[in-house]
Design a protein around this ligand. Structure first.
Ligand code: CMP
Length: 143
């Protein structure tokens, strides 16, 4: 069964959207197999987004991601990496499809509510960035 990393970003946490977003995950039949709330340090946020270092938006991204607590989770399900990305919607909420999390909850390209891993390779790296094996409670979803 595939796993992916999801982050509910500081804007969505501040707006009390944790439950609404978890509910969308569960409605999509993703299983939340690990979760925790963290206030990222600059070093943690910078390391997480290391592939974007040098991009014009990088410093703002790190500042935003350290501006308040986030909720990091491991989601499990069939094809969950792609399905979670589809549920989140496009980076720019103006371009996101109706009914996606970013259409409903994001303010802009940078203040955009949720992050999801974009490939199997990044899911593995991102899950290991935040969770040890013993913190992940993999299990079968009941039919
Ligand atoms: P996320 O899915 O967390 O992955 C990288 C983040 O960088 C992305 O969401 C946005 O928050 C941010 N980002 C990517 N492209 C841009 C952009 N053009 N302008 C501002 N922020 C961006």
């Amino acid at each position: 069964m595939q796993q992916t990393l999801s982050i509910i970003k500081p804007d969505a946490v501040k707006q009390n959207r944790i439950g609404a977003i978890f509910s969308r995950f569960e409605s999509a039949r993703f299983t939340i197999v690990a979760t925790k709330m963290l206030h990222l340090t600059e070093e943690q946020a910078g390391g997480f987004y290391a592939e974007h270092k040098g991009q014009p938006f990088y410093e703002n991204l790190v500042r935003f991601m350290t501006s308040g607590p986030v909720v990091v989770s491991v989601l499990q399900g069939e094809n969950v990496i792609k399905r979670h990305r589809e549920l989140i919607g496009a980076t720019d909420p103006q371009a996101a499809a109706a009914g996606t999390l970013r259409f409903d909850f994001a303010a802009s390209k940078s203040i955009n509510a949720v992050h999801g891993s974009d490939s199997e390779q990044s899911a593995k790296r991102e899950i290991e960035y935040f969770f040890t094996e013993s913190e992940i409670f993999s299990r079968q979803t009941k039919g």
